[in-house]
Design a protein around this ligand. Structure first.
Ligand SMILES: Nc1ncnc2c1ncn2[C@@H]1O[C@H](COP(=O)(O)OP(=O)(O)OP(=O)(O)O)[C@@H](O)[C@H]1O
Length: 237
């Protein structure tokens, strides 16, 4: 099953007289559970592709389908609800709220989900903090953590709502090499344990090494999309 499909998707930005084709006629499929990397030079369209998958933006042309649902006709409220239900996000600069503790940061997305009883929130937070090895730091504030610990908390926050898909834009860009490797290993373990699909925009060769599907972007287009797709179970696709 494919968790993401693009059918001849274009994204065109217009500012005054200028038109930028950030994505031009891109078609692709991402099978469920894949550790997937969008790679390519700066300005090639990686973030644009992730924003479309994350329902943060809509295509100018073509169809984007995520978790079985076409995203093009969603209004803001519907896309926010869709994100809350199906998606998690990890950012380059962690985006933790400094005034909240680790526990509260991870709990935060659950407050947005209507009808979730308060009694479910604590155990859900504890489960993901344990999964990322941060259970003993739950009472600390982000300023008291290292970069790697902050990113582990951010990963826990992305996972707490049981998403089908986690989108990570340059998640290792602000980490040193050894810490970056640990964070990548952690995400792969989360994929193995919970069957979550991870999609990265990255320049990091360590993520490229671990990726099972690559989408090479160049000038808003895809270069040899299927060439590097590897079946994680070893059967070929
Ligand atoms: N909101 C916007 N308005 C106008 N142009 C935009 C907008 N967002 C992106 N672009 C343009 O679209 C193209 C693709 O940008 P995008 O951010 O997707 O590239 P990228 O591959 O993620 O780059 P980087 O590796 O530097 O993050 C670029 O030419 C960029 O300038």
């Amino acid at each position: 099953m494919n968790i993401v499909t693009f059918e001849t998707v274009s994204k065109i930005y217009r500012t005054g007289e200028t038109t930028v084709t950030a994505l031009g006629d891109v078609s692709l499929k991402i099978p469920k559970g894949m550790f997937t990397a969008f790679v390519g030079p700066s300005g090639s369209g990686k973030t644009t592709a992730l924003n479309l998958i994350g329902c943060l933006d809509q295509p100018s042309k073509g169809t984007v389908t995520v978790a079985g649902q076409a995203t093009g006709n969603m209004n803001r409220r519907q896309s926010a609800a869709f994100r809350g239900k199906h998606l998690g996000f990890v950012f380059q600069d962690f985006n933790l709220l400094p005034v909240l503790t680790v526990h509260e940061n991870v709990e935060y997305p659950l407050l947005m989900i209507q009808d979730l009883p308060k009694s479910h929130r604590g155990p859900a937070v504890e489960k993901v903090l344990a999964a990322v090895g941060m259970a003993d730091q739950a009472g600390k504030y982000p300023a008291q953590l290292s970069g790697g610990q902050k990113q582990r908390v951010a990963i826990a926050r992305a996972l707490v709502g049981n998403p089908a898909l986690v989108l990570a834009d340059e998640p290792t860009a602000n980490l040193d090499g050894a810490t970056a490797q640990k964070v990548i290993d952690l995400m792969k373990r989360m994929r193995d344990e919970f069957g979550i699909t991870f999609i990265f925009s990255t320049h990091d060769p360590r993520i490229m090494d671990q990726a099972e599907a690559f989408f090479h972007m160049e000038d808003g287009r895809l270069k040899d999309a299927s060439e590097n797709m590897i079946d994680p179970l070893g059967g070929g696709i």
